[in-house]
Design a protein around this ligand. Structure first.
Ligand SMILES: Cc1cc2nc3c(=O)[nH]c(=O)nc-3n(C[C@H](O)[C@H](O)[C@H](O)COP(=O)(O)OP(=O)(O)OC[C@H]3O[C@@H](n4cnc5c(N)ncnc54)[C@H](O)[C@@H]3O)c2cc1C
Length: 425
């Protein structure tokens, strides 16, 4: 009988620590075939003719894949890297390497789940199973105190029940050694040119990216956050005043360069006696992230019911101009323009600044909120579908999860409880 080989399809889980698909494949197979596909779909334009992925996020992704390959190599393995549609590439690789199963982490947002479904169908034609794992949330779906269909739409209720009735699972160990089949051509990691960026137009040198992609930088960022947030404790004790810091971990979390459980347990264990206010805030923020993902799981696309573009157009006949000015930071309002300029040059703005510019676009400029959401999709280094679309829908006051209940119980900008949870950063 031949060797049992399992293909591990990396997507938004670019790490070797606390990675269930990798660990399970090692356990179940003789050899593991790690694969990452740069899917050209994510480098096309969206419905408003903006790039789906901006240059800073593309750079961050390239760096993250490079570090993943390095870390896999340190364990004796490699990473096959391809540019192309995974639904075509995966069956080809599965055939070439005589793979018996494919593992991946399940996504929740529409585009990502569609890709999974197509991949599953294509693999099935070869009689191969695509096995789905759950690994993008802090709380495991199976440990929730309610079935997905009964998840409370109000964040407050969701939080109370989870904190009372669920626990976060411990982290899984990092593998010591990974065996792969002989890989003849693992493929080059693409550069920005390969992904379709015209560097003469995009001028990456003019950008100031403070984030370096990959698992190694993610772990370092967590370490420095833990030191800083501990110091915050002593500052708090000394001055008696609250010091608010945020972790700036979101870009790494979005690509799965760091696991949420790892962040959670490192924070909890760093201060078993008493978490600092900043650390309590971080734990709450991680819960917000889970909330949006579970809402998408429960309601699907219906979670972000759309507003009628025709109505919005009637409210603002200069919508296109207003949107263009907002994007480039030329609204004439100094603080809005400064935030947008920071977004454009660094790919990151704080949560409260995201709320300010989103509110301004929706409520003052009367521009369709989806345009703003797609612009954030392009520009944010930490773009994550459920977090981005969920937060935008929240601010626009549109969702099909019982809109009024949702707004009253948990609107980040309005309720006191959530002022502390969402207006952080
Ligand atoms: C309009 C708008 C769009 C947003 N788009 C995104 C996005 O595409 N990707 C993204 O990760 N976050 C998004 N957020 C949420 C939030 O602004 C960022 O997660 C946060 O600013 C990241 O900074 P941090 O890592 O220092 O967060 P911390 O305060 O240190 O929080 C820790 C982690 O919790 C998660 N988190 C924190 N706040 C939220 C929140 N309100 N919703 C969901 N998750 C949260 C993030 O993963 C974050 O890294 C958006 C918020 C708004 C208002």
């Amino acid at each position: 009988m031949g060797e049992k080989i399992i293909l591990v399809w990396f997507r938004n889980d670019l790490r070797i620590h606390d990675n269930e698909i990798l660990l399970e494949a090692i356990k179940k197979a003789d050899k593991v075939l790690p694969v990452y596909c740069f899917d050209p779909y994510y480098f096309t334009k969206n419905q408003f003719n903006n790039p789906k992925t901006g240059i800073l996020r593309a750079q961050f992704l390239i760096e993250s894949v490079r570090v993943l390959r390095k870390n896999l190599k340190e364990k004796g393995a490699d990473l096959i890297v391809k540019i192309g549609d995974p639904t075509v590439l995966l069956p080809q690789l599965a055939d070439e390497y005589q793979v018996c199963e494919v593992y991946h982490h399940r996504e929740v947002a529409h585009e990502e789940t569609q890709i999974s479904e197509k991949a599953e169908a294509a693999l099935w034609k070869l009689k191969l199973n695509l096995k789905h794992f759950i690994g993008h949330t802090l709380y495991h779906k199976e440990d929730l105190p309610f079935p997905i269909k009964d998840i409370p739409d109000s964040f407050v209720t969701f939080k109370k029940k989870i904190e009372r009735e669920s626990t976060v699972r411990p982290c899984l160990p990092t593998p010591d050694h990974i065996k792969t089949p002989v890989i003849k051509n693992a493929g080059e990691i693409p550069d920005l040119n390969d992904l379709g960026f015209d560097l003469t137009v995009n001028k990456p040198d003019g950008y100031l990216s403070v984030f370096k992609g990959g698992e190694d930088s993610a772990l370092l960022q967590l370490e420095s956050y833990l030191t800083e947030s501990k110091q915050t404790i002593s500052k708090t004790v000394r001055n008696g005043s609250k010091v608010s810091i945020s972790s700036k971990l979101s870009p790494w979390i979005a690509l799965g360069c760091i696991s949420l459980r790892h962040v959670y347990w490192e924070v909890m264990n760093s201060n078993p006696e008493q978490l600092s206010p900043a650390q309590q805030q971080l734990i709450l923020d991680l819960l917000w992230r889970d909330y949006f993902r579970f809402m998408f799981k429960k309601h699907g696309q219906q979670f972000i019911a759309t507003t009628d573009i025709a109505d919005l157009k009637a409210e603002n006949i200069n919508e296109d101009l207003a949107f263009e000015n907002w994007k480039i930071g030329a609204t004439g309002l100094g603080y809005i323009d400064a935030i947008m300029s920071e977004l454009n040059t660094t790919g990151f703005i704080t949560n409260s600044n995201r709320q300010i510019v989103a509110n301004y676009l929706i409520n003052t400029l009367k521009v369709d909120w989806k345009k703003g959401a797609t612009y954030f999709e392009e520009k944010l280094i930490d773009y994550s579908p459920a977090s981005n679309w969920g937060n935008w829908a929240f601010i626009a006051g549109v969702n099909n999860a019982g809109a009024s209940k949702y707004q009253i119980a948990s609107a980040p900008t309005k309720s006191a409880e959530n002022k502390s949870s969402v207006v952080s950063g």
